[in-house]
Design a binder for this molecule. Structure first.
Ligand SMILES: Nc1ncnc2c1ncn2[C@@H]1O[C@H](COP(=O)(O)OP(=O)(O)O)[C@@H](O)[C@H]1O
Ligand SMILES: [Mg+2]
Length: 239
């Protein structure tokens, strides 16, 4: 990762960043004007899919949730460029992508400072033809073999010490037969340890159960979870 100083803050670039990058790339309006917005994903916030030459990217703004969010929707306290959400996520993704882990390829990040505060945005490569697990399981079920492979994949991340701060069913994508993890905001590399790894898995189970409460026809069963755990245990055995 490289940092380029701008009038207001920094651009953080990777090997995949085109040379003509500007802070404007992190504004939805820029892509709108070029008629280059090709889609969006609406969760709590909107994520934009944009077209750059022959590439498709995902543009995400860092929003605050919860109580603070109501007054201060996207400003974070600045304590050094490497501690900003966007640069930390870009660096983690760059490292994981270089290691061949199934994560989106990072393109660039943008941090704009004002006083003690900053706002931030991230550009990553869009995973082609991917859908998240909630979308998939609302239409079809996965095979035992797929649940095991997903478990093994998560085990592989854990074996590498990858802590995902929000491992849930919507942050797992499937494209063809490949599972991807996305949304590494507040993620980090930690010494592998049973406690956080089990907490990560427990969070994922809660997410499946929560989604199923919202949508009782969701194709998720205790047996599916057992298959996932079986795949996980083969790669990263937990007591
Ligand atoms: N790299 C990507 N490729 C394809 N789709 C993506 C990618 N990143 C995000 N999405 C889609 O956008 C949604 C929201 O993105 P995410 O990074 O999880 O942000 P948040 O959860 O903060 O809204 C995802 O659930 C997924 O459907
Ligand atoms: Mg998400």
């Amino acid at each position: 990762m490289q940092l380029i100083k701008t009038a207001a803050g920094y651009l953080a670039t990777t090997d995949a960043t085109p040379a003509d990058i500007t802070p404007k790339w992190f504004c939805k309006a820029f892509w709108q004007q070029r008629q280059a917005i090709i889609g969006s994903s609406k969760g709590r916030y909107t994520t934009w899919f944009v077209q750059y030459e022959h590439q498709q990217w995902v543009l995400r703004h860092y929003w605050r949730g919860g109580l603070v969010g109501k007054m201060n929707r996207d400003a974070y306290l600045y304590s050094g460029i490497h501690r900003t959400r966007a640069v930390a996520e870009l660096q983690l993704l760059e490292r994981l992508h270089q290691q061949g882990m199934p994560v989106p390829k990072p393109i660039a990040a943008h941090v704009a400072r004002f006083g003690l505060w900053y706002r931030a945005d991230l550009l990553i490569e869009r995973i082609a033809d991917a859908r998240d697990l909630v979308a998939i399981l609302s239409q079809t079920s996965l095979t035992d073999e797929q649940w095991q492979r997903l478990g093994a994949q998560i085990g592989e991340f854990h074996r590498h010490g990858v802590f995902h701060a929000d491992l849930n069913a919507k942050n797992i994508l499937l494209a063809g037969e490949q599972f991807y993890l996305i949304d590494f905001d507040r993620g980090c590399i930690k010494p592998p340890a049973t406690a956080w790894q089990q907490a990560n898995l427990a969070r994922l189970l809660r997410s499946f159960n929560k989604e199923q409460k919202k949508q009782p026809s969701l194709a998720f069963t205790p047996q599916n979870w057992q298959q996932l755990l079986a795949g996980y245990q083969r790669v990263n055995p937990l007591p």
